[in-house]
Write a protein that binds this ligand. Structure first.
Ligand code: GDP
Ligand code: IMO
Ligand code: MG
Length: 493
């Protein structure tokens, strides 16, 4: 519940107070008084002005019993339907925090038949009382971000509860260009990136020459730093790639222009998140991409440049692992992948094409055709094991309605050896033989089912086998893009 009040601090801005959610039947006690969550100005203070939220003492005392942080990760190679699930859960949480990635992500939400595509803004934004935070681990292209904000406003959707971490890095104008040129330079070994500059932005972050969102509020620093960094970038552009250099003043003018618009949203989000965790507020960490695109755990180098896994959700939000209650993994009932890299259960035949058409498997961000394959339980098990997934959401089950015989990949054979997980050696993964189990299809429409038990028996058999092989329960099944096409066996939150 959101209770707007006026407080008498310096800027006399409106402060929003989020009451800890009414706690339904999970043994928690309502925290009662509100904790300051969001203001639209500079200061973030609790009622009473002590510098600590009014309810913190009591909240700390009941922390052990009231942790309520849920991580949501994509369990495959991205595009599993995370956006839909985040939107569904948004009205059950106080805050959604996006923790990594950039506008390489494309999260689709369909609400009352209307489609929304989010690249940077958390997919919980359609719920007006949910605070949406872009966390430290995200790389933000301010131009894309503001276009997304404008687009939402044009549709009458408020972004009053949207905040960006001061610590989040920025995609600078030279990053997409370096992304594109890097791919050209790789030739046949190109990765198939989204060309949004996300990889080069993370490179600069790690090289410690990145720009953070907070830098926008320090124009003198920004100018000095840009002079230094742009010299390096222009040298690479002109000497390595034979490409034109970028103009310092043009970049500075453009980005300081963004600074004005972003000013009210930029925060040191640490106190906000710390206090929300301490108060037992319900927080959902929105993952982008998927486990197999993780920089460490994925099919390196055919991966993204961040950690879309549960660990990355912690570093990207600043929430410690000890405060995580639950990890939800979203999986498609089959598998897709955009871009290059090994994909053992890929279907390169007409059935793959058919599934691509029926499932509308074309990228939300780039429009590229997604590669399609059978559900890979070895990948799913790996995702469950490396993320501690407690609950699976299985999406796009309806897409398989007319496939007479289904296959599930259970492991791989490589030179006479059996592997129950994706091997680190991507050349082996590329050339291994997937081991399949066959199951009968259900050959009946599922889109109109509203309860799990209404699904055809063969469909339930498939879902239960997927769960068994993956090592986690399938708690939610999705049979269509809209909110209503969701069968909840057990509430996720
Ligand atoms: P994300 O990146 O994980 O959020 O997924 P995307 O939004 O990129 O891709 C998932 C696509 O599948 C979107 O177009 C969704 O609207 C759609 N979708 C989600 N769940 C279902 C489902 O159960 N059935 C069907 N047919 N489409 C779905
Ligand atoms: P969501 O959040 C699917 C893929 C790209 C490419 C690789 C590296 O919508 O699931 P990058 O631009 O990140 O350097 O590209 O990662 N990729 C995604 N694939 N869904 C995504 O996000 C992706 N984000 C990046 O296609 O193969
Ligand atoms: Mg997507």
């Amino acid at each position: 519940m959101v209770v707007p009040v006026r407080v008498g601090y310096a800027k006399q801005r409106q402060v929003r107070l989020l009451r800890a959610a009414e706690l339904a039947g999970d043994g928690r006690v309502d925290s009662g008084p509100a904790v300051v969550m969001v203001d639209r100005g500079v200061e973030l203070r609790p009622l009473g002005g002590s510098g600590r939220p009014a309810s913190l003492g009591r909240a700390s005392a009941r922390l052990a019993a009231a942790m309520s942080v849920t991580i949501l990760v994509g369990g495959q190679w991205g595009d599993e339907g995370k956006g839909k699930v985040i939107d569904l859960l948004a009205d059950r949480v106080d805050m959604v925090v996006r923790s990594q990635g950039g506008n390489n992500a494309g999260h689709t939400v369909v609400a009352q038949g209307k489609e929304y595509k989010f690249h940077l803004i958390p997919s919980g934004i359609l719920n007006p009382s949910t605070v949406c935070v872009i966390g430290h681990g995200v790389v933000v292209d301010p131009k894309v971000f503001l276009a997304e904000v404008d687009n939402l406003h044009a549709q009458g959707i408020s972004t009053a509860n949207l905040l960006i971490s001061e610590r989040a890095h920025m995609v600078m104008p030279y990053h997409p260009e370096l992304d594109r040129l890097g791919e050209v330079q790789r030739g046949d070994d190109r990765l198939g990136t989204t060309a949004r500059g996300v990889g080069p932005a993370y490179e600069d972050k790690v090289r410690r020459i990145g720009f953070r969102i907070g830098d926008l509020q320090k124009p003198v620093f920004m100018e000095k730093k840009l002079r230094f960094v742009l010299r390096l970038k222009n040298e690479a552009l002109t000497k390595l790639y034979d490409a034109p250099p970028f103009d310092e003043k043009a970049i500075l003018d453009e980005y300081l222009g963004y600074a004005e618009r972003l000013h009210g949203m930029i925060r040191d989000i640490h106190p906000l998140i710390r206090d929300a965790v301490a108060s037992g507020d319900r927080i959902l960490l929105e993952g982008a991409q998927g486990v197999m695109l993780d920089i460490d755990l994925g099919t390196y180098p055919y991966v993204t440049s961040s950690a879309p896994t549960a660990g990355g959700a912690c570093t990207g939000s600043g929430i410690p692992p000890s405060r995580i209650d639950k990890t939800v993994g979203v999986f498609k009932a089959y598998t897709t992948r955009v871009g290059y890299g090994p994909f053992p259960s890929e279907l390169t035949d007409s059935l793959g094409e058919w599934i691509r058409e029926v499932g509308a498997e074309f990228g939300t961000t780039t429009g590229r055709a997604r590669r399609v394959g059978w559900f890979d339980a070895a990948v799913a098990r790996y995702a469950v094991d490396t993320n501690g997934i407690d609950s699976m959401v299985l999406t796009k089950v309806d897409v398989l309605d007319e496939v007479p015989t289904l296959r599930i990949c259970t492991g791989y054979e490589w030179r006479g050896e059996y592997w129950d997980h994706p091997m680190a050696n991507i050349s082996h993964l590329k050339h291994c033989e997937p081991v399949y189990e066959e199951m009968p299809g259900w050959m009946a429409p599922t889109r109109d089912c509203r309860e799990y038990d209404q699904l055809p028996a063969a469909c339930r058999g498939y879902i239960e086998r997927v769960a068994e092989l993956s090592g986690a329960e399938v708690d939610v099944v999705s049979v269509g893009p809209d909110r209503e096409h969701t069968l909840v066996r057990r509430q996720l939150l």
